[in-house]
Design a binder for this molecule. Structure first.
Ligand code: UDP
Ligand code: MG
Length: 316
């Protein structure tokens, strides 16, 4: 019998996690030809999430839980789940019921057709606020324009991976600044997609503030594109050309007329444009250097404080 692990990151999901676990377990019992495990990763919750998980795990050894020493973020929680899910098939999903467990059989069906990665695409984003939808759209448009790997809009972190894909991510990809949605497309293998309709959050509130969403967007662009760095060269060259033309005009002007201060406006305009452009690209450089700084420090990507029904190895 093949083994299946469902990886579920949870951060302050105390209100709804027991219900989610029950719904998920119910769904998994229907998949009788798989030996299924649920691996919760408590991302340093400040509420009773971990106590609830311990309680569930005590009566069911197929439920496992890992607790981080603090909040390391959704992506790191997913990663810790992948690091510890040693099974033939791994599915990652949110623990707020927005990723409906009823979609799991469809993912498994695609896997059994020979796909190594089955990612999901949300049909609707009605339950998401307008501002977020706009930012999301802009982000994916921008990302796809710039990066080498296609990343579909409405992609979510609800996906299936075969054991060998998980093994690649576990042992060969050591980035600190991990943007899983990109990495998944980047690793290749046979991939297919399944559409689903986002459920309503069962309890609690979304943990992704607009600021965190923007942070994720920047991380995604930085880790998958060098275009912003190259853009500096192109825009810089363009402005240098303009500067050259203006210089020639100024020289001709100063030779032909005697009233010199006429060029004042030009000087001010050019100075401010150049200043602005330089600052923008200094910022871009700074982002990349910051990312390099994070990588070279080689700090652990997450720290595990406790676990139930699973032995945790030290992350690299
Ligand atoms: N999550 C996490 N760490 C965080 C933020 C969120 O593990 O720092 C979990 C959260 O418990 C949920 C999933 O990641 O299971 C998605 O988060 P959320 O539902 O808040 O995001 P949204 O669905 O609103 O994009
Ligand atoms: Mg959610």
């Amino acid at each position: 019998m093949k083994t299946l692990t469902i990886v579920c990151p949870a951060y302050n999901e105390g209100e709804g996690i027991a219900h989610f676990a029950a719904v998920l377990k119910e769904q998994l019992t229907k998949l009788s030809h798989y030996d299924s495990y649920i691996l919760f990763v408590d991302d340093g919750s400040k509420d009773n999430t971990y106590e609830t998980l311990r309680h569930i795990a005590r009566s069911d050894t197929h439920v496992r839980a890992i607790r981080f020493s603090r909040n390391f973020g959704h992506q790191m929680a997913l990663l810790a789940g992948l690091d510890h899910a040693l099974s033939d098939v791994v599915i990652t999903m949110d623990s707020d019921l927005q990723h409906p467990p009823s979609v799991i059989p469809a993912l498994i069906a695609e896997y059994e057709k020979g796909n190594d990665i089955v990612y999901t695409v949300r049909n609707d984003t009605e339950s998401v606020g307008l501002l977020r939808r706009i930012i999301g759209k802009l982000f994916y448009w921008f990302l796809n324009k710039m990066s080498e790997v296609p990343i579909s809009e409405n992609a979510s972190d609800f996906r299936l991976m075969s054991g060998r894909v998980v093994e690649v991510i576990r042992s060969d990809i050591g980035e600190r600044n991990m943007f899983l949605r990109g990495i998944i497309r980047w690793v290749g293998f046979k991939q297919s997609e399944v559409h689903f309709t986002t459920g309503r959050r069962y309890a609690g509130a979304s943990k992704y503030s607009l600021a965190r969403l923007l942070q994720l967007a920047v991380a995604g662009i930085i880790s998958f594109s060098k275009v912003p760095l190259r853009a500096a060269i192109i825009v810089g060259a363009l402005f240098a050309l303009i500067g050259f033309i203006v210089a020639i005009i100024t020289v001709i002007q100063s030779l032909t007329s005697s009233s010199l201060p006429a060029g004042w406006a030009t000087v001010v305009v050019l100075l401010s444009i150049f200043g602005g452009v330089q600052l923008i690209f200094l910022g871009v450089l700074g982002e990349y250097i910051g990312a390099i700084f994070d990588e070279v420090k080689r700090r652990p990507r997450y720290i595990v404080e406790d676990s139930v029904n699973i032995t945790v190895k030290h992350p690299e």
